[in-house]
Design a protein around this ligand. Structure first.
Ligand code: AMP
Length: 395
């Protein structure tokens, strides 16, 4: 499939689906520009070639209605600042104003259509709406990784109306990162899975087992495994109905020659808050009235070694309640070990869920190889699902 660099966009009107679903404060000011910055290289490539850009994005969940606070007019100044070009916003999505502004767009110009989700046809993936969007431009680029797991008009259905189309740089980087971990990886490959529940990660574990050498299980979901093996987990978070599943996963891992690392020791607390009393106990001897909130020092020493000896690392989910400073040590130590491995040439991907929040909170973004911008889309990729936004481009 052709990539962005295979094309020259001189005099082309290029429709780019971006994911500018950015966080805003109560005055509707944008509080984090990561998503805009991530799409900037793609936008600049088109403009520098001498083309013009029509940006398409959703913002929030207006559910097919025109909701004033969710107008893209509130984010236009920020988008203009970040990309360094004044962005004009149409009054509608595919109405008269959008058509008129798209028609009059000159090379070097940037137009943003109104919030795609002001039209219910967007999420319905309605054909005629997708066609109307397509008629506004003459080339389609999908750079919205964060929305690639949705089969919407602007992310998937629209692609068939274009002979000329490709992924943007961001999409390309995200897809390459997943590939580098699950397909073209250097061994040893280590996956670190944490987070609250086994049930939300089970398909991920199942899909990645054939691709990894080591599987580290931490966070809340570790207690379901420890309980399944007969350990005492006190008041720790557990999914009682998933203990059989946990044992099945361990058996499958053994069959696939995957080494599984569960916590050996645990930092337990007498309450679920940062100020709770805490102590370190063996992971299978958690006393009643106490709950595990982080992995212990012995575990960290062992895990750091496994991670530092890895050549490919995937990290999904914190190994403790990192939001509480007193129980963030484990998650920080994992980040440190990944940083060291990366310095030694390993490829490290952090994505899907709260590990991205942890990496940002501790300022590790530049210390790992790649931090994914798409939670759900990354998770579904790791689950082995073909993303509709990707499949549509390949047809
Ligand atoms: P996820 O969205 O599945 O990645 O889950 C992330 C959440 O799991 C974070 O908010 C963590 O605080 C939480 N978590 C991690 N370890 C534990 C634990 N031992 N007990 C309760 N929650 C945990």
């Amino acid at each position: 499939m052709k990539t962005l660099n295979d094309f020259n966009f001189k005099d082309k009107k290029v429709l780019i689906r971006v994911d500018f679903n950015v966080p805003q404060d109560k005055d509707l000011k944008v509080t984090d520009t990561t998503r805009i910055e991530s799409a900037k290289p793609t936008i600049l490539k088109v403009l520098e070639d001498g083309g013009s850009v029509i940006l398409m994005t959703h913002l929030g969940r207006p559910k097919g209605k025109k909701v004033g606070e969710m107008s893209l007019k509130h984010i236009a100044d920020k988008v203009s600042d970040v990309i360094g070009v004044v962005v004009e916003v149409a009054d509608d999505v595919v109405g008269e104003d959008a058509k008129e502004k798209a028609k009059n767009l000159k090379p070097g110009g940037v137009l943003m259509l109104e919030n795609l989700r002001f039209r219910e046809e967007e999420e319905q993936g309605e054909e005629n709406f997708a066609k109307q969007l397509a008629e506004l431009g003459d080339f389609y680029i999908n750079d919205a990784f964060g929305t690639a797991h949705r089969e919407h008009a602007s992310t998937a259905v629209i692609a068939k109306y274009f002979k000329d189309k490709c992924f943007g740089y961001l999409m390309q980087k995200e897809l390459e990162a997943i590939d580098k971990v699950l397909k073209n990886s250097d061994s040893p490959v280590t996956a670190i899975l944490g987070g609250a529940k086994v049930s939300s990660k089970i398909t991920v574990i199942d899909n990645i087992l054939p691709a990894v050498d080591n599987l580290i299980i931490g966070g809340g979901m570790a207690y379901t495994f420890i309980k399944a093996q007969g350990g005492n987990i006190g008041n720790s978070i557990v999914e009682e109905d998933k203990t059989d599943l946990a044992l099945k996963i361990l058996k499958k891992a053994e069959e696939e020659n995957v080494k599984v690392y569960l916590p050996i020791d645990i930092v337990v607390a007498d309450d679920f808050n940062n100020g709770a009393d805490s102590k370190v106990v063996k992971s299978n001897e958690i006393p009643d009235g106490w709950q595990g909130l982080d992995v212990g020092p012995e575990t960290l020493e062992k895990l750091s070694k496994v991670i530092e000896e890895s050549k490919t690392i995937l990290w999904n989910g914190p190994v403790g309640v990192f939001e509480f400073e007193n129980f963030a040590k484990g998650t920080k130590a994992i980040a440190d070990a990944i940083e060291n491995a990366t310095k030694n040439g390993a490829f490290s991907l952090v994505g899907g869920g709260d590990s991205v929040a942890a990496v940002k909170q501790f300022n590790y973004e530049d210390k790992v190889s790649y931090v994914s911008t798409g939670g759900g889309a990354m998770l579904e990729s790791l689950e082995g699902k073909k993303l509709p936004g990707v499949a549509a481009m390949e047809n």
